[in-house]
Ligand binder design. Structure first.
Ligand code: DX5
Ligand code: ZN
Length: 224
């Protein structure tokens, strides 16, 4: 199989979903204090995924609390295009939407950019890589879900590695530079496999927030 070229340095995006929901500001401050620039924020609507989590007010409150982190906002929503403005105004930096629900994705990416954010596109484990191929030039990040979205703490799916590798190969062939993010069950044991398949952006909820030594965890990801 053809080798894939890493396009970006490895970045850790701790998922606030796994932090103490009574102290989200403290969770964000912990990330910032470790010098980690990104924070992953998971939005769920109880429809696209069978769970509920945060909303725009959560981001706004974190900004009021002083967080300057890069808000990597993952919208697990059936109608994410209706909430682009709300999340942009609340302080999102990246807004990642899913390919699966039927809406005008190109218009949504344009709206995300028009509101001063950068667009990302996510795909579920059951969705083939080909589904996102038409949009690779329109986004600055592709998010390959390595669990079925909706809940933290699930086991990593190694069967997603060929999909990652395929998308990374298209990135090489088309000379594009979008980030390739993995999300779900990411641990220090499987992150190198994802890196070898082309990933550069590593979401970690449970493994990061439960780590005994979070600084060592962050250093290990940065060294990938
Ligand atoms: C899953 C979310 C993930 C979640 C990952 O629906 O998209 O971002 O927080 O959590 P862990 O790292 O615990 O699998
Ligand atoms: Zn996520």
């Amino acid at each position: 199989m053809k080798a894939v070229t890493p396009r970006h340095p490895a970045v850790l995006a701790p998922s606030l979903l796994a932090s103490d929901h009574a102290a989200l500001g403290r969770g964000a401050a912990t990330v910032a204090a470790l010098g980690i620039p990104w924070l992953h924020l998971d939005m769920m609507d109880g429809h696209f995924v069978p769970n509920l989590s945060f909303g725009p007010e959560t981001l706004a409150a974190l900004r009021r609390d002083g967080s300057r982190l890069f808000f990597d906002t993952h919208l697990m929503l059936s109608e994410p295009h209706k909430y682009v403005e709300a999340f942009a105004k609340a302080g999102a930096d990246r807004i990642t939407i899913h390919i699966e629900p039927p809406f005008d994705h190109a218009a949504a990416f344009a709206a995300i950019r028009a509101h001063g954010c950068v667009p990302g596109l996510a795909l579920n484990p059951g969705t083939p890589a080909a589904a996102v191929k038409p949009f690779l030039a329109d986004v600055s990040l592709i998010l390959v879900m390595t669990v079925q979205p909706g809940f933290g703490g699930q086991a990593f799916r190694a069967d997603m590695l060929p999909k990652l590798r395929q998308i990374a190969q298209w990135r090489d062939e088309q000379n594009l530079d979008f980030r390739l993010e993995v999300d779900g069950g990411i641990e220090l044991e499987n992150a190198p496999l994802c890196r070898a398949a082309g990933a550069d952006t590593f979401v970690a909820g449970t493994s990061f927030f439960k780590a005994k030594d979070q600084a060592a965890f962050a250093a290990a990801v940065a060294a990938l």
